[in-house]
Design a protein around this ligand. Structure first.
Ligand SMILES: Nc1nc2c(c(=O)[nH]1)N(C=O)[C@@H](CNc1ccc(C(=O)N[C@@H](CCC(=O)O)C(=O)O)cc1)CN2
Ligand SMILES: Nc1nc2c(ncn2[C@@H]2O[C@H](COP(=O)(O)OP(=O)(O)OP(=O)(O)O)[C@@H](O)[C@H]2O)c(=O)[nH]1
Ligand SMILES: [Mg+2]
Length: 457
């Protein structure tokens, strides 16, 4: 338990109808009682009850009409004694009451300090505490749901369960190092392999959910690319359901990149329409083509549009070749015209599922694009609700590191490497996973994490 008492404005700065000042620590009750006047003073007997009263300044002048509540530790947000005052929103009342709390002995809370105390008092683990920030920053219903799953300990629970499995495995392997018995070696390796396979699968699922969560938060950066005149801008307009980009039958119509945000099938996209890729001597078009390539570089997903009424062009081939290792969806457009492009051949080369035939002009096939996007983000056959979880870069990074160690251990177990080689990788994985929930984290990292929070949280 901390021995000092902190105080801060908990609500947004600016004019609002109500504002909240939160005081947490051993003296919070005594501090608030110094300047709160009402029929009842807050105390044990009326704990967690909202009390009506006024805030009086040093001269006995009324500062504001308020409601106050006392929440004795450990049953409070921070786990400490907490007192809150609900006053009128707006700068003056809030600032004045905050000043009174300082005068009475509280000190200004640092960013994230309330939540840090909740963490240090064991009310939240690190991953849960971090998701508090994601809840505050959520910008869509799905993002909020994903953050709430983190807050309820979704990630923590799974990480803890996995760590227990791995710890048990290390214990078993260590016992075998000390008492080698050749006849059980085979069994030990088989069991280790199957435990590690399961562990690897679990971490892979978490990584995928984290990626989905990030897309929900930030949007999937998607670039529409292809030769001139294949229907890229028409596709943008049609997905956006607005006449945003100029469409014409003149190749080279789009010259600059156009970026739009939209939600398709519940997936937020940051979609860019680009200038048709071709060699050109036109200076402005050339710059546009360069920008298109840069947008493509930056994109997480490429929608490659082809004109289905013409055979595959060398420039199409070149583009597809340059995107060999990239995530892409190939869209064969203009299906309302006679098909001249070898769709089956494309499917053989680039994957059955990743080539769709559509007609933007007739609005046909766009729903397949929606479904494809959902599968891309959530994984095929998964339902969106449970398939995303907010994981921040720190957590995602640690999961990826743990995954690597598990893969190393798995490869080692398959080759029957000595047990102590396996336990080295396992110990590393245990450490990385422990950093996620905060069981195995240096103080500096804890401080750094909470410093990113806002004051009052
Ligand atoms: N006024 C106010 N509103 C708020 C918060 C707050 O601190 N103050 N919160 C802060 O972010 C969020 C709510 N989070 C909270 C989490 C736990 C407890 C708490 O007192 N828990 C006790 C009692 C639970 C119960 O009655 O069942 C406990 O867990 O022991 C309070 C708020 C959002 N709204
Ligand atoms: N028949 C047919 N024509 C289409 C379809 N989609 C787009 N077009 C036409 O193709 C022409 C080019 O469309 P745009 O959307 O401007 O093509 P773009 O790929 O953006 O072209 P640039 O900006 O020049 O690179 C226009 O005349 C569109 O009306 C389609 O599904 N079927
Ligand atoms: Mg265009």
């Amino acid at each position: 338990m901390m021995d000092d008492t902190i105080s801060a404005i908990a609500t947004a700065l600016g004019v609002g109808s109500i504002g909240v000042i939160r005081v947490s620590g051993p003296d919070s009750l005594a501090i608030v009682r110094r300047f709160f006047a009402g029929r009842e003073q807050p105390g044990r007997e009326n704990a967690r009850k909202l009390l009506y009263g006024h805030i009086l300044d040093g001269k006995g002048q009324v500062v504001d009409e308020v409601l106050a509540v006392y929440m004795p530790g450990p049953h409070s947000y921070t786990g400490e004694d907490v007192c809150e005052i609900q006053c009128h929103g707006g700068r003056e009342a809030l600032q004045e009451i905050l000043r009174l709390t300082f005068q009475a002995g509280a000190r200004p809370a640092e960013p994230g300090e309330f939540t840090k105390r909740a963490f240090l008092n064991g009310r939240l683990d690190l991953a849960e505490a971090e998701s508090v920030m994601d809840i505050i920053n959520a910008r869509s219903r799905q993002a909020l749901a994903a953050a709430n799953r983190g807050h309820e300990g979704g990630l923590s629970r799974q990480v803890k369960a996995l760590r227990k499995t791995l710890r048990d495995l290390v214990v078993q392997l260590e016992a075998c190092i000390d008492y080698p018995e050749d006849d059980i070696e085979e069994v030990t390796y088989d069991r280790t392999v199957s435990t590690l396979e399961e562990g690897k699968k679990a971490v892979e699922t978490l990584v995928r959910r984290g990626t989905a969560g990030r897309i929900l938060r930030e949007g999937l950066r998607t670039a529409i690319v292809g030769r001139p005149n294949v229907g890229k801008s028409s596709l943008l307009n049609s997905l956006l359901q607005a006449d945003r980009a100029i469409v014409s039958n003149i190749p080279g119509t789009t010259r600059d990149i156009i970026e739009e945000q939209m939600t398709i099938g519940g997936i937020p996209l940051v979609l860019t329409d680009t200038a048709g890729l071709r060699d050109t001597s036109d200076l402005v078009e050339k710059i546009g083509v360069e920008r298109s390539r840069a947008a493509l570089e930056d994109a997480q997903l490429a929608l490659v549009v082809l004109d289905g009424s013409q055979p595959l062009d060398p420039e199409d081939r070149q583009l597809l070749e340059s995107l060999r290792d990239r995530k892409k969806l190939i869209l064969v457009n203009k299906a309302d015209l006679p098909l001249a492009l070898d769709v089956e051949g494309l499917r053989k080369t680039y994957g059955e599922k990743d080539v769709l035939v559509l007609s933007v002009k007739e609005g046909k096939g766009l729903e397949q694009v929606e479904q494809w996007l959902r599968d891309f983000v959530y994984g095929e056959g998964s339902d969106s609700e449970s398939s995303s979880m907010t994981q921040n870069a720190r957590q995602q990074n640690l999961l990826e590191k743990a995954l690597q160690s598990l893969e190393d251990a798995l490869a080692g177990a398959r080759q029957h490497l000595p047990y102590d080689c396996l336990t080295i990788d396992l110990t590393q994985a245990l450490h990385d996973l422990g950093e996620i929930t905060g069981e195995d984290v240096p103080d500096e990292i804890i401080d750094e994490i909470f410093a990113q929070f806002c004051v009052g949280k």
